[in-house]
Design a protein around this ligand. Sequence first.
Ligand code: SF4
Length: 180
Amino acid sequence: MGTGKKARLATIWLSGCSGCHMSFLDQDERLIDLAKNVELVYSPFVDIKDFPENVDITLIEGAVGNEEQLDLLRKARTRTKILVSLGDCAVTGNVTALRNAFSNSDKAVVQKAYVETADVNPQIPTYVPRLLDQAHALHETVRVDYFIPGCPPSADLINSVLTELLSGRTPKMEGRSKYG
Ligand code: SF4
């Protein structure tokens, strides 16, 4: 980054409400400047099925809650230079981790979510990815380079961190991980 080439940017949506991605979009006209400096190589915003190689920056929304998400997170880590936890669910577990308080059984969680607390038409979907015993903040599973807190983080904060990273500078919220 900072070499004149466009940076390869990815965003991932794990167990979150999409509010962090909405906040990303709230950068509004600053997205035009961002587009001059990045190539979006994987994201819920684009139709690309496989996480690519050689990604410069990956922003990840949501806690990691199931085995499919864990696989994607690990793949993203190995293929990304700078991995960023985007929002409180990714940073701490937040809303997603509320399930940890009442059960570590995937069957009980699915039953509670789709049947016991359903207002209309309670039923378990035909396919639910196999849940992890607990929902985890990202840094409990992989090394995270930076954390952007907030529920959701403000567009200003997201833009500030991206601008610093794309300029080759270090944003103030430096990451730590017990899996370093
Ligand atoms: S941090 Fe807040 S806005 Fe972002 S995914 Fe979690 S609940 Fe939604």
